[in-house]
Design a protein around this ligand. Structure first.
Ligand code: GLU
Length: 482
């Protein structure tokens, strides 16, 4: 039977970084096993679920590059793929469980329930100890109450035994007998609960593997009971480690940007985000760090998950972004970076060839395209005056006997280019000038390099002049020689 893996978000907010990581693992495993990756929308929480969140999530999933084989907008034969459209199925199966004696209608009123819970607490026993009041009520009697319109929920009849299963990440997991009571599977308003719908769907949608976050581990005990009650085949489970912030607490909004859309808005590369998230909880067999997810689809497996919580660190994500940025081709680089450069920046009025040359050079110095424009100052600064804040070193260089000689020579050379209508010097010009200064003007070493940099940029350090000067407009350069 072919592997089927689902990602099952609830559309109650934007796609979270943790959700994106789960989706990624599901996608990769399905790919690795040549199986199917399914998107299921768990929208039974009527109050919190919103169609606009569903749309935004689907959009973010595509942005991440995690295209699914089946989903609400890609139906196949096990649909519908939205839980709100499967209500009859859940209701019928809940009653089927009642028929088979695995569940029962419970008529406890909320006040009574609260009382019983308090009583259990006072007696220091499990709060669900008394929730089974109607567990053994005669079926016909229960039916009569239901028919008479009494308010009820359907509770699952806990078989009261230990449950053990082998998690693909955590190994053998055992749940104690009294961990849960007779839990609700259908609320009084007729809405089924998550644990029930999830099992029904994973079964009916023929899922072979459930890969999800560790926070769902405790739900598994209820789900195992339901599988058993339904007589359904239990899938394999893999509960992936938690994502935590620097304080080792579960990653949440107070740790900064935690939704995919925020990174998208900040113009991160999806390939970098996926690469980074992939390594938070999984490791590459050859310890390779930088990769595109589709490049590892063949080697991805479930044995390389790490059990311990993974620290989410934006600085690391930035590093990954920098690495992926460097992999872009000229045109891709331009398309990607352009939007992060302020719209009124002179960069935009340059020729395409110039822009790509410029980005190819400065990409080495940044992780994010938003960092680029500060690096461009060296290309666009007009006549920076030597201020008292300028470094002592710069002032010192300007007092060297050789510096005015360099300045005078370069100014004359630039004037010649200007007169000839040349807009930008070339690397050859630059080489000629430094050779001339060295050979003819006999200025060498530090005097030459530092002197040229001070003359051209009024700075003591900076990017390679051989690249930067050919990117700087001749007339603009001349303003620095006044
Ligand atoms: N709807 C659940 C969530 O968003 C899915 C849990 C599961 O994968 O079983 O957390």
């Amino acid at each position: 039977m072919s592997v089927r893996v689902r990602f099952a978000p609830s559309p109650t907010g934007y796609l979270h970084i943790g959700g994106a990581r789960t989706a990624l693992y599901c996608y990769l495993y399905a790919k690795a096993m040549k199986g199917q990756f399914v998107l299921r929308i768990e929208d039974t929480d009527q109050e919190r679920s919103k169609p606009e969140y569903e749309t935004a999530m689907i959009d973010d999933i595509h942005w991440c590059g995690l295209d699914y084989d089946e989903g609400p907008d890609k139906p196949a034969d096990v649909g519908p793929y939205r839980q709100s459209e499967r209500m009859d199925l859940y209701k019928n199966l809940a009653w089927e469980l009642v028929e088979k004696g695995h569940a029962y209608p419970c008529f406890l009123k909320s006040e009574e329930l609260e009382e019983l819970t308090n009583k259990a607490q006072e007696e220091k026993i499990s709060p669900h100890a008394y929730h089974g009041k109607y567990r053994d009520l005669d079926k016909a009697e229960a039916k009569a109450k239901v028919d008479a319109g009494e308010e009820f929920v359907i509770r699952f009849k806990n078989p009261k035994k230990k449950y053990t299963f082998t998690d693909l990440v955590r190994g053998e997991v055992t749940f104690p007998e009294d961990m849960v009571g007779d839990f609700v599977i259908l609320r009084s308003n007729g809405m089924p609960v998550y644990n029930f719908c999830c099992v029904v769907d994973d079964w009916k949608m023929q899922m072979t593997h459930v890969i999800r976050a560790e926070e769902h581990l405790n739900n598994t005990v209820r789900q195992l009971m339901i599988y058993e009650g339904l007589g359904a085949k239990i899938p394999e489970f893999a509960h992936c480690s938690l994502l935590v912030g620097e304080d080792r607490q579960k990653l949440s909004k107070r740790h900064g940007a935690t939704s995919v859309s925020q990174y998208r808005d900040q113009n991160y590369l999806p390939t970098a985000l996926m690469n980074y998230l992939c390594l938070l909880g999984w490791s590459h067999p050859e310890e390779q760090d930088i990769f595109k997810i589709d490049d590892i689809a063949d080697i991805f497996d479930l044995t390389r998950f790490n059990k311990s919580p993974a620290l989410y660190d934006v600085a690391k994500l930035n590093f990954f972004n920098g690495q992926h940025l460097k992999l872009l081709t000229g045109d891709e680089l331009l398309k990607y970076c352009e939007v992060s450069i302020p719209t009124d920046h002179s960069f935009h009025s340059q020729e395409k060839e110039w822009k790509i040359r410029c980005l190819e050079f400065f990409k080495e110095k940044v992780n994010l395209p938003s960092e680029l424009s500060t690096h461009f100052e060296v290309l666009f600064n007009t006549a920076p005056t030597i201020s008292s804040e300028d470094s002592e070193e710069l002032k010192d260089i300007l007092t060297w006997e050789s510096t005015p000689i360099i300045q005078q020579y370069l100014k004359a050379e630039l004037e010649k280019l200007k007169a000839a209508g040349v807009e930008y010097p070339t690397e050859e010009h630059f080489n000629e000038w430094s050779n001339h200064i060295k050979k003819e003007l006999k200025i060498k070493g530090k005097q030459l390099f530092k002197g040229m940099r001070a003359a051209f940029t009024h700075m003591t350090q900076g990017p390679d002049l051989k690249v930067v000067i050919p990117l700087t407009n001749v007339e603009l350069l001349l303003t620095r020689f006044q």
